[in-house]
Design a protein around this ligand. Structure first.
Ligand code: 4AZ
Length: 238
């Protein structure tokens, strides 16, 4: 997983979103994380991060290599993403990095689901979401968090969000909806993953939005990655 680095108009750097490494050169994230606003412009991607507050991250005497920060060379939005549309359909973007990322025991690309070959996600299936977003203290976390949440039956989720005036489409995926167990502000762009029976991690969703965070009956909404693997394959280049 990566964390996206932005600069504000005064030149101060801050974090706001996550992303995932899908190969040496590309990061997958949410389109709404890449949109330039008055407040922020995406500049870098930080790889190998765990605890933002520490220069070198160690757990029980075992330390990982220092973080690597690389420039975003190109931001590629999904052609159907429309920033003016509140439903956040097609909330997916690719970042081409300025230099190739060296992989190690702590930095590995995540697998993408093949639409034809991977079993559909069933309701109640356990998925894992991760990020540095807001925790119960309502502040972003220095330490990368992860949480298991269950996929929500799609129709149930469509109806729930329709009641709030939000239209969901099949290329969106809902998960969570349990009290206080949710992704939240700052987790956007990060991965929602499924572990295959072989133990391999696949990215099934991208954190997109929700109605608040951690409200019972209001699952988080994710971009359904399997619906976009053709676009990803057609868009990335050597
Ligand atoms: C956000 O504001 C956000 N519970 C992201 C995800 C969710 C809610 C809010 C999903 O970035």
């Amino acid at each position: 997983m990566v964390i996206l680095v932005y600069v504000d108009p005064r030149g101060n750097r801050h974090f706001d979103c996550g992303g995932s490494l899908i190969n040496n050169l590309y990061v997958l994230t949410a389109a709404h994380c890449v949109i330039e606003t008055e407040q922020r412009r995406l500049v870098n991607v930080r790889v190998g991060e765990y605890d933002i507050s520490k220069h070198i991250d160690c757990v029980r005497g075992v330390c990982n290599p220092a973080i690597v920060e690389v420039q975003v060379k190109e931001s590629i939005f999904h052609p159907q993403y429309d920033d003016d549309n509140e439903n956040l359909h097609h909330d997916i973007a690719l970042l081409r990095l300025n230099q190739s990322i060296e992989l190690n025991g702590y930095v590995q690309p995540v697998c993408l689901p093949l639409a034809r070959a991977s079993p559909p996600i069933s309701a109640e299936e356990l998925l894992v979401v991760s990020g540095w977003g807001c925790t119960l203290k309502n502040q972003p976390s220095n330490i990368k968090q992860r949480l298991s949440i269950r996929a929500t039956d799609h129709e149930t989720c469509v109806n729930r969000f329709a009641s709030a005036g939000t239209t969901l489409i099949p290329s969106q995926l809902c998960a969570g909806g349990e009290f206080l167990h949710d992704s939240c502000k700052g987790d956007s762009g990060g991965p929602l993953m499924r572990q295959s029976y072989r133990g391999v991690w696949y990215q099934e969703g991208i954190v997109s939005f929700g109605k608040g965070c951690g409200l019972r009956g209001w699952p988080g909404v994710y971009t359904r990655v399997a619906h976009y693997t053709n676009w990803i394959q057609d868009t990335i280049r050597p």
